[in-house]
Design a protein around this ligand. Structure first.
Ligand code: NAP
Ligand code: 8YV
Length: 312
């Protein structure tokens, strides 16, 4: 007999196919009456498969009183109320580890594109400006520059490895100093002051809300660049927009935004920002690996075994 689960959103196609095939699945997004669908499932459902950035709060958990596990598609779990899950004894799992390399690739691409302005130079070419106005203006080298990593965790370390291969010097700030060969700064503003590029890869959520604020951007200064592949909430987006407009920092590369998929259109007019639509883990291989891990955690739990990637 297949175990019954609730799936909150369609998410990655191959993963949805597996979830539907391997479990008896209730597709919450298809329910015309969501409350009624949850009420009907409540006496039986022990697992929730979640993807995307909609909230999983105490109300949803209470609607499924037999819930034992929330298996998330994604490493970041800022959209899940972890305290509410803990209070109810619900295990939360994520897809830690399998996306490090792809997210680090994206981070490095944003560093390169932001300093070298490759996307803008392509737009210049396509507009015919190369012929009419001549060579595209010079960019900034990354070799020899200092990359300040705010959040040197699994992904941060994969970024550091790549940046070193590009000849960058690495510094970092975490709340806890690590046993790594990189220079440590005691807070985000000091890291920004000591860096040419500040790269944000902390978790989202209340603890990091607007950690990169005017004080940190002032410390980064007019020659400094910001790259954010963490969560939009970690950076004060409106302050960043103003700093880019007023050239109080040199430029930014952003994969994540405060109110996705909405992005303030004022960013589109700026030549000193490179924007991507939250694609850091978006490859066929990595999304499959994430889905496989999400499904594996569910199977392990139903088999009475420890899950592979619990969020602690
Ligand atoms: P991780 O291994 O847990 O690393 C997070 C790092 O951030 C840790 O080193 C942690 O160190 C530090 N940190 C946490 N809170 C902090 C704070 N308040 N101030 C300073 N440093 C803090 O996580 P990961 O697997 O590398 O993933 C990091 C995040 O990247 C995810 O949570 C997710 O939000 C984001 N992400 C984005 C994408 C994308 O598509 N753009 C893809 C994957 C992940 P301390 O605990 O010592 O502070
Ligand atoms: C995904 C992410 O885009 O893992 C994360 O934390 O942000 C990304 O890998 C997202 O979680 C998919 O829902």
């Amino acid at each position: 007999m297949k175990h019954e689960i609730v799936i909150t959103a369609p998410g990655h196609k191959g993963t949805l196919e597996r979830l539907v095939q391997e479990f008896s699945a209730i597709k919450l997004w298809e329910a015309t009456d969501r409350a009624a669908a949850l009420k009907e499932a409540a006496p039986r459902v022990r697992a929730l498969a979640h993807s995307g950035h909609s909230k999983v709060d105490g109300h949803l958990m209470d609607a499924l009183p037999k819930l034992e596990i929330i298996s998330n598609f994604g490493v970041g779990v800022d959209q899940i109320d972890l305290d509410a899950a803990k209070q109810r004894g619900i295990i939360v799992t994520n897809t830690a580890g399998v996306l490090n390399e792809c997210v680090a690739d994206c981070a490095m691409a944003l560093v390169l594109n932001t300093l070298r302005k490759f996307p803008q130079s392509g737009t210049y070419l396509r507009a015919g400006n190369w012929q009419t106005r001549g060579a595209y203006p010079l960019g900034t080298s990354i070799g020899g520059k200092t990359l300040g990593i705010l959040g040197l965790g699994r992904i941060g370390e994969a970024i550091a490895k790549r940046a070193q291969a590009f000849g960058m010097n690495i510094r970092y700030h975490n709340r806890n100093q690590k046993n790594v060969p990189h220079a440590y700064d005691a807070d985000a503003a000091t890291l920004a002051a000591n860096s040419d590029v500040l790269l944000v890869i902390t978790p989202g959520g209340a603890d990091t809300d607007k950690l990169v604020n005017a004080r940190v951007l002032d410390a980064l200064g007019p020659q400094g660049y910001l790259v954010n592949v963490a969560r939009g909430s970690v950076v004060d987006e409106l302050v960043l927009l103003r700093y880019l407009q007023e050239k109080k920092i040199a430029g930014a590369g952003l994969d994540v935004f405060e109110h996705e998929p909405k992005v303030p259109p004022e960013f589109f007019a700026l030549d000193n920002v490179v924007l991507t639509p939250h694609v850091a883990s978006a490859t066929f291989e990595t999304r499959k690996a994430m889905g496989d891990l999400q499904v594996e955690n569910l199977h392990l739990h139903f088999a009475g075994k420890p899950v592979k990637t619990p969020v602690t």
